[in-house]
Ligand binder design. Structure first.
Ligand SMILES: C[S@@+](CC[C@H](N)C(=O)[O-])C[C@H]1O[C@@H](n2cnc3c(N)ncnc32)[C@H](O)[C@@H]1O
Length: 218
């Protein structure tokens, strides 16, 4: 167990990418930080910040130990995309350091913004992340069969075409799919497709998809 730290580790949800969607509290913590930890993409948003910057990549296990030791003397802010409570490194840090040593600042999740953009509710949605996870397509198909509304985080390998091909193979071609790319960023694009058309679509950059069964949903 980690002893009480002098400074709590601040885990900040940075939202989907535009600084306009960050909370005032999140921006203030980042401004005041001695150390910022985050992905290259998130750190580049705060290039002007005076804090020492550590890039989080596959080194995250060692970096979490370093974050804990730095927090004994410095204010450390860990940047995560979207909301920390939704598929992020926050869980690993809180599990290791203990919640008494952490403060979690919520952010707007990519899925919240995706639902806002298409004008649908998300209180009745089911969520799944394929980001960095292989072998999850069978689980996704089960969710699509069981739920009218499924939001999926994708990545370059677990991409829209792969998902479309599997939906077709499983006889789920009647679903409607929204592809929400680069939410809040310059190249944001929200498009609606049937599953067959998805096979021909070019999707670039960060994206979330929302799979709807229009027959039975709102
Ligand atoms: C590690 S997960 C982090 C999710 C994050 N905690 C959240 O609440 O949105 C990264 C995935 O979130 C989605 N994502 C993050 N930012 C996005 C954006 N601006 N536009 C579309 N999808 C985004 C993508 O599916 C990406 O692969």
């Amino acid at each position: 167990m980690v002893k009480k730290l002098v400074n709590k580790i601040i885990i900040v949800g940075c939202g989907p990418g535009s600084k306009k969607l960050m909370t005032v509290q999140a921006s203030q913590y980042i401004k005041d930080a001695d150390v910022l930890v985050g992905s290259r993409r998130l750190l580049s948003l705060f290039a002007d910040a005076e804090a020492v910057k550590y890039t989080l990549n596959r080194n995250y296990k060692q970096l979490i130990t370093r974050i804990i030791s730095l927090s004994r003397s410095k204010s450390v802010v860990v940047l995560v995309s979207g909301d920390p409570g939704f598929f992020s490194y926050a869980k690993l840090i809180v599990d290791k350091a203990g919640i008494e040593n952490c403060e979690v600042i919520p952010g707007v999740s990519s899925v919240q913004l995706a639902f806002a953009r298409i004008g649908r509710t998300w209180n009745d949605a089911c969520f799944m992340s394929l980001h960095g996870r292989t072998g999850r397509l069978a689980a996704l198909i089960r969710r699509v069969r069981d739920h009218d509304k499924v939001a999926v985080l994708t990545d370059d390998s677990n991409n829209v075409k792969l998902i479309a091909r599997r939906l077709l193979d499983e006889g789920l071609k009647d679903r409607k799919v929204y592809v929400c790319e680069n939410l809040s960023l310059d190249k944001e694009r929200i498009r609606e497709f049937d599953v067959t058309s998805l096979l021909k679509v070019q999707v670039k950059g960060l994206n979330v998809i929302i799979i709807l069964d229009e027959e039975s949903s709102e």
